[in-house]
Ligand binder design. Structure first.
Ligand code: ADP
Ligand code: ADP
Ligand code: ZN
Length: 224
């Protein structure tokens, strides 16, 4: 980064707000990793690790995986050498204890969050985004059947992998995830606002528009 200090960025927003989509674009542009707790859990689920089996019980109901598991996993991930210049966190923190734990992890690294973009999207739009979301089984790229369709239906533009719909995007589970979001994650908006870190981004623009707004916020906070 410009001044040599690492850039750890948290993307805050409800399920379906576009965090994963934006995190992936920023990660490619800056060459710093995207750390998505949902992706890590899904990867473990796919390879049937102990962590995956544990996470599955929570994910299929749309509940949060317990903090001791999630925080330890993020701490471990951020200790890898590829995170030396920073990381884009997508899906973490998701409650106040996780936010406090992240503050401590970054403090240990001699750094802190410079600002926190909150990607704001209304409830109706969130449900429409979740119900049309398709993911590549191979590379994790995210599509939407209406708003960001693949060139060939059912196939990933990037790697040709098979696209699938997440079981937790079904309306019953998606509704519970939004409930959990409002109860446990939305309080983080105030947590970061009180610390003077919150920057609201209009998440209802097109994907490119959100990217431009995010980059402008990043520039104005002396990031790269
Ligand atoms: P999150 O990681 O916050 O849950 P995603 O990035 O997975 O959100 O996006 C949710 C769905 O909405 C995906 O199908 C994605 O293609 C689509 N999407 C993301 N950003 C936008 C946007 N700005 N406008 C329309 N659709 C979007
Ligand atoms: P979305 O961005 O659409 O909300 P994610 O892929 O981030 O979905 O998360 C999927 C599921 O993984 C969550 O519903 C939850 O069960 C689990 N999960 C992801 N991140 C966390 C976290 N930080 N803490 C606890 N559980 C998490
Ligand atoms: Zn792919």
């Amino acid at each position: 980064m410009d001044d040599g200090s690492p850039l750890f960025l948290v993307l805050l927003g409800a399920p379906g707000a576009g965090k994963g989509t934006q995190a992936r674009m920023l990660s490619e542009k800056w060459g710093i990793p995207q750390v998505s707790t949902g992706d890590i859990f899904r990867g473990n689920l796919e390879s049937e690790t102990e962590l995956g089996l544990l996470a599955k019980q929570y994910m299929e109901k749309g509940e949060l995986v317990p903090d001791e598991v999630t925080i330890g996993m993020v701490q471990e991930r951020l200790s890898h050498s590829d995170c030396a210049r920073g990381a884009i966190l997508d899906g973490f923190p998701r409650n106040i204890p996780q936010a406090r734990a992240l503050d401590d992890i970054l403090k240990e690294k001699g750094t802190s969050l410079r600002f926190v973009p909150y990607i704001k999207v209304s409830d109706e739009v969130l449900l429409a985004r979740l119900s049309g979301r398709w993911i590549c089984r191979q590379c994790g790229a995210v599509y939407h059947m209406l708003y960001n369709p693949p060139k060939v239906p059912g196939k990933c533009d990037i790697c040709g992998g098979e696209l699938y719909q997440r079981p937790d995007d079904r309306p019953e589970v998606a509704k519970n995830r939004l409930k959990v979001y409002f109860e446990q994650t939305a309080p983080l908006i105030e947590y970061y606002r009180q610390r003077g870190l919150l920057v609201e981004i209009d998440g209802e623009q097109e994907i490119e528009g959100v990217q431009v707004a995010l980059e402008a916020a990043i520039k104005s906070h002396d990031c790269p």
